[in-house]
Design a protein around this ligand. Structure first.
Ligand code: FAD
Length: 534
C-alpha cells in the first residue's frame, strides 16, 4: 500500500494528540502507513484551557508510548480522582463526588436499588467507593515509590494545557513528524471536492491525501473551506462563556493540592477549580443571557476571595454543538473545530483522543474513503450525543430556584428527548448495563429526534454507554437525589440506613496508612516545590 500523506492543520492539544497518536498507532515497524506533517500558525494562539482529563488519558499515553512520570513532570501534572460537585442539588449548601472507581460491580450488583430503598443518610457513592473519602482526606491515589496500594484507585490528571501541547510537539517531532510554523491562508481543491493542498502565508503549498482540521473554533478547513454546517445544541446547555483566572501558588497557596477537580455552582453557571503543581486554574462557565461579563468576573473574584483581586482574567466564548459531518471529503475535524460541549465532565480532550483512535482504526489505506467516513461520523455523533445527554442531566435534575438561570435549566424544554426517555425509564428500574444494549426506550420516537444525528442519517444517535455507562448515570442521579419523594412514597418513612460495602470500609480505614498527602507525593515523586515552606 502507498504511504498516505497526512497534513494536520493546527497545533493545539488536539492537533498534537492526533499527530502523536496516529504516528504511534499506524506507523508500526518498518512500513510507514502515514507520512504525517503538522502546520501551526505563529499568529493564532492555542485556546489555553482544557486542563482536566478523564481516565482514558492513561490508554492514550500508553498507545503513544509516554511514561507517566515523565508526563507529569513535563505538564505540571497532578492526580484527579473525582469531580466534587458543590451546590448543584438545591438552594442549600452541599456536595457530592463523581469518583472514577466503584467497588462491588459485576453480576448481581444491585447497589443502586439498595440505596434507593434506604433512608439516604449516607451519599450513594460513599457506600460503594472509597474514593470520595480518599479525596476528602487529600490523599494521592498512589503510594510513594513503586509499590501498589492494592486499593484499585482509578485516576486521571490535571495538566497545563499549553505544556501538554508543547510536550506532544517535542515528542512527535523527535519521532519524525514534520512541523511547519506558518499560517494557512487558503486551500486548493480537486475537481471531486477533495482538498488538494493548503497555501500558507509564507507562500508554501502543502499537499496531502488526508487533511485533519485542528484549527480550533476557527474550523478553517471543515467549516470555512468545505462549508460543513454546525448543529447548535445550546437549547440544552445554556452556558456559552467562561471567564478564567490562574492563582499561582507563590501568590496564594491554600496549603494543599486537592486530588480532584471542583465544580461549584454559582448564580448563572459553575466554576472549575483545577489544581496543578504551580497554580490553580479557575474558570467560571456561565450563560451570557443571564449574566454580564463584568458581573461574571466579579462573581469569580468574590468566590475566590480577596487574594484574587489583582489577578488577570481572560474571557473565552464558545458555542455548544457539533459539525454536521466531522469527516467530509478528505478532511476530518478533530478538537474544537469538530464541536464542543461545555467542560463540566472534562470531555473535550477525550473527544479529540477518541477521534484520533477511531480515525486510526478507520484509516483510508485505499482511495475509497466514503464508507469509512460514514462510520467515523456515526461513531463520533454517538459519542457527542452520549456526552450531551450526560451533561444535560447534571442541570435538569437540579432543584435550585435561587436565580433565573437555575429556574430556566430545570424547565422541561431544556431536557433533550433522548435523556427524558432514559430518565422516565429509570423511574421504573435503576440503570443497568442492559439499558445500553439497544436504544429503544418506551416513549422514544423512531424518527429523527430533535437532538439530532449526523446529516443525511435519520437514525438517531445511539447511547452505547462507552464513556458514561450505568455506573456514571447512577452516580449523578443519586448524587442529585433522584426519586427522593417517590422512594418515600414507595418504601415508607422507616427505611434502613444505606449499607456501605465492607471492602469500602476497609479501604478507607487503610488508606491514610498507605497513601501520602497528594502534595507530598508530588514533591517527592515529580519535584513539585514545597510551597508551604516558601
Ligand atoms: C472554556 C473551556 C474549558 C475547557 N476545559 C476543558 C477541560 O477541562 N477538559 C477537557 O478535556 N477539555 C476542555 N476544553 C476543551 C479543550 O480546551 C480542547 O478540546 C482542546 O484544548 C483542544 O483544542 P484545539 O486543539 O482543538 O484548539 P486550539 O487550542 O484553539 O488550537 C488551534 C490551533 O490551530 C491553529 N490555527 C488556527 N488557525 C490557523 C490557520 N489559519 N493556520 C494554521 N494554524 C491555525 C492555532 O495556531 C492553534 O495551534 C475546554 C474548552 C473550553 C472552551
Amino acid at each position: 500500500m502507498r504511504t498516505k500523506r497526512v497534513l494536520i492543520v493546527g497545533g493545539g492539544s488536539s492537533g498534537w494528540t492526533a499527530a502523536a497518536y496516529l504516528n504511534a498507532a499506524l506507523n508500526i515497524g518498518d512500513h510507514k502507513v502515514a507520512d504525517i506533517s503538522l502546520v501551526e500558525s505563529p499568529d493564532v494562539p492555542r485556546i489555553g484551557v482544557g486542563e482536566a482529563t478523564i481516565p482514558n488519558i492513561n490508554q492514550v499515553l500508553s498507545v503513544i508510548g509516554i511514561d507517566e512520570m515523565d508526563f507529569m513532570k513535563a505538564v505540571d501534572g497532578t492526580f484527579k480522582q473525582s469531580i466534587r460537585f458543590v451546590n448543584w442539588l438545591d438552594d442549600k449548601p452541599g456536595f457530592y463526588h463523581h469518583p472514577f472507581c466503584r467497588y462491588g460491580s459485576g453480576p448481581g450488583d444491585d447497589a443502586g436499588r439498595r440505596w434507593l430503598m434506604s433512608d439516604r443518610s449516607a451519599p450513594f457513592m460513599e457506600t460503594i467507593s472509597p474514593q470520595p473519602a480518599i479525596c476528602e482526606m487529600g490523599l494521592s491515589p498512589k503510594m510513594l515509590g513503586k509499590e501498589d496500594s492494592g486499593l484499585s484507585l482509578v485516576y486521571a490528571f490535571h495538566m497545563d494545557a499549553l505544556k501538554f501541547a508543547d510536550y506532544l510537539r517535542d515528542f512527535s517531532t523527535a519521532r519524525g513528524i514534520t512541523h511547519y510554523l506558518d499560517h494557512v491562508v487558503g486551500a486548493e481543491m480537486h475537481e471531486n471536492g477533495h482538498i488538494a493542498a493548503v497555501e500558507t502565508a509564507s507562500g508554501k503549498r502543502l499537499e496531502a491525501d488526508l487533511f485533519i482540521d485542528c484549527t480550533g473554533f476557527a474550523a478553517h478547513l471543515i467549516g470555512k473551506k468545505l462549508g460543513v454546517g454546525f448543529a447548535d445544541c445550546s437549547q440544552w446547555l445554556l452556558c456559552d462563556r467562561a471567564v478564567t483566572m490562574n492563582v499561582p501558588y507563590d501568590h496564594h497557596y491554600p496549603g494543599y493540592v486537592r486530588p480532584y477537580t471542583m465544580a461549584t455552582a454559582l448564580s448563572a453557571g459553575w466554576v472549575w477549580d483545577i489544581p496543578l503543581q504551580t497554580r490553580r486554574a479557575l474558570g467560571y462557565v456561565y450563560s451570557s443571557a443571564h449574566l454580564g461579563d463584568d458581573a461574571a468576573e466579579q462573581e469569580l473574584r468574590a468566590f475566590e476571595g480577596d487574594h484574587a483581586e489583582a489577578l488577570p482574567s481572560r474571557m473565552v466564548q464558545f458555542k455548544v454543538g457539533r459539525r454536521e459531518q466531522q469527516w467530509a471529503a478528505n478532511c476530518i475535524a478533530i478538537g474544537l473545530s469538530a464541536g464542543f460541549i461545555e467542560p463540566l465532565e472534562s470531555t473535550g480532550l477525550y473527544l479529540s483522543q477518541v477521534a484520533s483512535d477511531v480515525l486510526a482504526e478507520h484509516f483510508p489505506h485505499a482511495d475509497d474513503m466514503a464508507p469509512l467516513a460514514f462510520r467515523f461520523n456515526r461513531i463520533m455523533a454517538n459519542r457527542f450525543h452520549e456526552i450531551l445527554d450526560f451533561i444535560n442531566m447534571h442541570y435538569c435534575l437540579t432543584r435550585r430556584t435561587d436565580t433565573e438561570f437555575w429556574r430556566e435549566v430545570g424547565r422541561p424544554e431544556r431536557i433533550n428527548d433522548r435523556l427524558r426517555a432514559k430518565l422516565d425509564y429509570w423511574r421504573i428500574k435503576p440503570p443497568s448495563a442492559y439499558d445500553f444494549e439497544d436504544q429503544l426506550f418506551p416513549g422514544q420516537p423512531d424518527i429523527q429526534m430533535s437532538s439530532g444525528g449526523p446529516s443525511g442519517d435519520n437514525r438517531y444517535p445511539v447511547d452505547t454507554g462507552r464513556l458514561w455507562n450505568h455506573h456514571s448515570y447512577e452516580n449523578i442521579l443519586y448524587g442529585m437525589d433522584f426519586l427522593r419523594d417517590e422512594c418515600r412514597a414507595w418504601y415508607g418513612e422507616n427505611r434502613p440506613r444505606p449499607a456501605t460495602l465492607k471492602q469500602v470500609l476497609n479501604a478507607v480505614d487503610s488508606a491514610p496508612g498507605k497513601l501520602p498527602p497528594h502534595d507530598l507525593w508530588l514533591q517527592r515523586m515529580v519535584g513539585m516545590a514545597d510551597y508551604s515552606k516558601l
